[in-house]
Design a protein around this ligand. Structure first.
Ligand code: SF4
Ligand code: SF4
Length: 294
């Protein structure tokens, strides 16, 4: 049984202010590891100012590479590739290749290399407040971000275990796809960030189904909650009706949040007395209380 908890912050789509909230929570939880699992757009380290202390290669999925010196141009690979990834002059398009391996299996001269490749890098940092942060980057055009999320979480868990840190705060990717599932699996608590719009509520319903499916104790935060108070009330009612999630609160729209982002600092540091900062501190207290009581 792990001696740490894992709190994942997710959203149904990008642009909800999730990462800004994660950066604030990371600074409020004093003893924590941060795992930036938004591997397609990892940017928490820009705000938390980490110094890289370790770097590891991420070796991910396979893609075909044709070795021209062994190729007899028989055309078999072109015939079996269902993804149109091989050109008429027998060069594999790395982006179009889905890594199914059919060409490798059928090539009569073993001219197709199909080895695991370096697809990205995983970094462990020490942030300005002396706490660990793990993040990763995929190389351009690479996929497999679900596996890379798992690698980030594994490295974050090692940090929590070796340094006896009681909490991992995970910045999850947006949406409900494979990388999100890799981010939430096995976590105990989730915070879902949404906006008071029709599409935001639609996405929220889907993501609540996901957290319920995995038996995760979930709560909801509405960012820019005052731009449509009717929708914000609907979110609150949805949490109560479904009984699947707590309502942690709303963060009012605050232009200084964008200014803080441009300066690469949290709103708590940039405008500590703003309404948004007060709301975030209150949300932090509710999240902490909920984690302590459940
Ligand atoms: S199947 Fe092999 S030998 Fe035939 S064209 Fe493709 S790479 Fe070349
Ligand atoms: S691995 Fe599959 S998708 Fe990629 S080139 Fe070969 S047959 Fe096409």
């Amino acid at each position: 049984m792990a001696d740490f908890s894992e709190l994942v912050i997710i959203s149904g789509k990008g642009g909800t202010g999730k990462t800004s909230l994660v950066a604030c929570l990371a600074s409020l939880f004093k003893s924590r590891v941060v795992a930036d699992c938004d591997v397609d757009a990892a940017n928490l380290n820009l705000i938390l100012n980490g110094n890289v202390v370790e770097k590891k290669d991420f070796v991910g999925g396979k893609k075909a590479v044709i070795k021209s010196d062994l190729c007899t141009v028989c055309g078999k690979c072109l015939e079996v590739c269902r993804f149109g990834a091989i050109s008429q002059d027998f060069v594999v398009d790395r982006v179009a290749c889905e890594g199914c391996g059919a060409c490798h299996v059928f090539c009569p001269t073993s001219a197709i290399d199909f080895s695991p490749r370096r697809c990205g890098e995983c970094y462990t940092c020490t942030t300005a407040d002396g706490q660990p942060l793990v993040f990763a980057e995929l190389l351009p055009g690479e996929e497999n971000s679900g596996k890379l999320v798992t690698m980030v979480r594994t490295e974050a868990r090692k940090q929590a275990e070796t340094k006896n840190i009681p909490l991992i705060v995970i910045d999850g990717p947006p949406g409900i796809g494979c990388p999100v599932i890799a981010s939430v699996t096995g976590t105990s608590h989730a915070v879902i960030v949404t906006e008071p719009t029709g599409s935001g509520i639609h996405d929220l319903k889907r993501i609540l189904q996901l957290t319920a499916h995995f038996g995760i104790n979930a709560g909801v935060v509405v960012n820019k909650s005052d731009i449509n108070t009717t929708h914000t009330s609907s979110v609150k009612a949805l949490c109560e009706k479904e009984g699947r999630a707590m309502f942690f609160g709303g963060i009012p729209f605050e232009p200084k949040v964008s200014e803080a982002q441009r300066k690469g600092i949290t709103i708590l540091d940039y405008a500590p007395t703003s309404e948004a900062s007060t709301a975030i501190r209150n949300i932090y207290k509710r999240i902490k209380k909920n984690m302590e009581e459940s």
